[in-house]
Design a protein around this ligand. Structure first.
Ligand code: PMM
Length: 285
């Protein structure tokens, strides 16, 4: 498939699908909750991810797993800012994973180069203004509502068409509110108001995003649809999150082949290798 590489304000070009490593500074994220709550450990982990081949590191202080309760803004800032500052201070390209305008703004002041808002500007009325004013790349992910209720919102006639159209509308809305189109990254939001079948259908049709003309971020890492796919055939028990990394890397290779701008993963090395394999194949054509 044709590789569309629209320019993305202020970020380096990798010449292949990028790898975004995840540092969740949370006690309750579904696969790594509690591991990186201490800021020094979180910074060390982020640097390890870069050493393993991450092109950028996504720092988040609030879990968005289905059913998760929201943390206060104060607590989110306390978790995220020292880690953003520590990593950016060492030259790492940092993205901040937040739905709050104040967190995004202060994280950019602390050195973040990108804002990853899983609500695409819908959760906080001030977010789009902050995205416009800071001018950094801004992720518009497909989102239908907060984690506490999102599983009920997974109702589609034709999931691919509807998800792309809803993101396109939000892309138009953020641009109308002052965000430059070159800032925007789009994301199907796998697992957010999606059934397992919806996630597979979206992955099967990543080409449907090309018409938006914006870089595509794919975040499948360790998600439940992979746990279900790899469930124990005897007991039906889901494969635990940390044992979904080979499948996550397989998705990375396929997403790269479908022209994704970047994949977002917990375990970086296998996906960093996978996107390099895909780039070598592409170059040999
Ligand atoms: N998923 C999670 C968190 N942040 N950001 C983007 N852009 N896209 C996603 O699909 C996404 C995200 C949930 O996964 P985690 O708890 O493992 O970080």
């Amino acid at each position: 498939m044709e590789r569309t590489e629209p320019s993305l304000a202020g970020l380096p070009e990798w010449g292949r699908c990028g790898v975004m490593g995840i540092v969740n500074v949370t006690p309750d994220s579904f696969s790594d909750g509690g591991l990186w709550l201490d800021p020094d450990r979180a910074v060390t982990h982020g640097l390890e991810l870069v050493a393993q081949g991450a092109d950028l590191v996504d720092v988040g202080g609030e879990s968005t797993r289905p059913g998760a309760k929201r943390v206060t803004e104060e607590e989110e800032l306390r978790r995220v800012l020292p880690v953003v500052r520590g990593l950016a201070g060492q030259g790492v390209v940092v993205s901040v994973d937040t739905m709050r305008a104040a967190v995004a703004e202060q994280a950019v002041d602390a050195g973040a180069a990108m804002v990853n808002d899983v609500s695409g500007g819908l959760a906080d009325p001030n977010m789009v203004k902050v995205a416009a004013e800071t001018g950094v790349p801004f992720v518009v992910m497909h989102w239908r509502g907060q984690s506490a209720s999102m599983d009920r919102l997974a109702q589609y006639q034709d999931v691919v068409t509807e998800v792309v159209a809803e993101v396109e509308r939000q892309l138009e809305a953020v641009v109308a509110a002052g965000v430059r189109p070159e800032q925007v990254v789009v994301d199907p939001g796998l697992g957010f108001a999606k059934t397992r079948e919806d996630d597979w259908k979206l992955l099967a049709r990543l080409d449907a995003w090309h018409r938006l003309g914006r870089p595509l971020l794919v975040a499948a890492s360790r998600k439940r649809f992979l746990g279900t796919l790899l469930a124990d055939p005897l007991t039906g028990e889901l494969r635990p999150p940390k044992e979904r990394d080979a499948a996550s890397a397989a998705v990375s290779a396929l997403a790269a082949a479908a022209g994704a701008w970047s994949v977002r993963v917990h375990e970086v090395r296998p996906s960093a290798d996978a996107v390099r394999v895909e780039a070598a194949l592409r170059a040999a054509r």
